[in-house]
Ligand binder design. Structure first.
Ligand code: PEP
Length: 247
């Protein structure tokens, strides 16, 4: 049984002080029995680890493919683990599109993080153009295979399907369409890596809000959500965590 996984991605938002206020607020809320994670800017990780309820996992939004050395501006898995952070998002579409991260680099980062015993949320997803051309299933399968080349997936890996056209746009993918893609992702994992596919969690991300979370999370192959904008406000994020109460 795959436990539902509600993940927030703060992107480049919130200072340390904002993080502390968020932690104090969410610590006082009643939360559904789901796994919860917040991916915060590097500068806020230590503060969140200290102040937020220990049941909420704290993640980085990126990590280097290198272990140490002359890589100005990079953060290694070892540095994250030294402050108690064992989770990381890799391959977010903003890293791919704005910072030019290519499949090979994402593959190297996934390998580095998994080899160093971290939990990885690997993001995949197509542009609107690719979907309009009806090439999205093949595109996402290909992205997945490239990111996982030479990797032996375990339950330390989570896949997030994030159609780029739905991120930060308010255009949510229909729950049934997201389900079809997540089922296709599971099939790709099964065809390439076997039975682990049944245990891997697959998330949907792209304009998830309190009013659509319930429907999305009701799908068989959608084991959770990766939430950008709506994870910044405690009330919205908690309403998504408590999605069963929002019909
Ligand atoms: C994201 O950045 O991963 C995301 C899904 O953003 P939003 O929820 O704002 O669309």
């Amino acid at each position: 049984m795959r436990k539902k996984y509600i993940c927030g991605n703060w992107k480049m938002n919130k200072t340390i002080d904002d993080s502390k206020v968020f932690a104090d607020e969410i610590n006082n809320k009643e939360l559904n029995d789901v796994d919860i994670l917040i991916a915060a800017p590097f500068t806020n990780l230590k503060c969140l680890k200290k102040h937020i309820d220990g049941n909420i996992k704290i993640a980085a939004q990126n990590v280097s493919q290198f272990s140490d050395g002359a890589y100005t501006g990079e953060i290694s898995t070892g540095m994250l683990k030294a402050i108690g952070v064992f989770d990381v998002i890799i391959g977010h579409s903003e890293r791919r599109e704005i910072f030019g991260e290519k499949d090979d680099m994402i593959n190297a980062k996934v390998k580095r993080a998994l080899d160093d015993d971290m939990n990885v949320i690997l993001c995949v997803g197509e542009t609107g153009k690719i979907r309009d051309e009806q090439k999205h299933f093949d595109y996402v399968s290909d992205q997945l295979k490239k990111a996982l080349r030479g990797v032996c997936p375990s339950d330390k890996l989570t896949i997030a399907y994030e159609p780029i056209w739905a991120i930060g746009t308010g255009k949510t993918c229909e729950a049934s369409d997201a389900e079809k893609m997540c089922a296709n992702i599971r099939k790709t994992i099964k065809d390439n890596f076997g039975d682990i596919a049944q245990d891997l969690r697959i998330l949907y991300g792209g304009s998830v809000k309190p009013n659509n979370a319930n429907k999305i999370l009701g799908m068989d192959n959608i084991d959770g959500v990766l939430v950008g904008g709506a994870s910044l406000e405690v009330d919205d994020f908690v309403r998504i965590i408590n999605y069963k109460e929002q019909s």
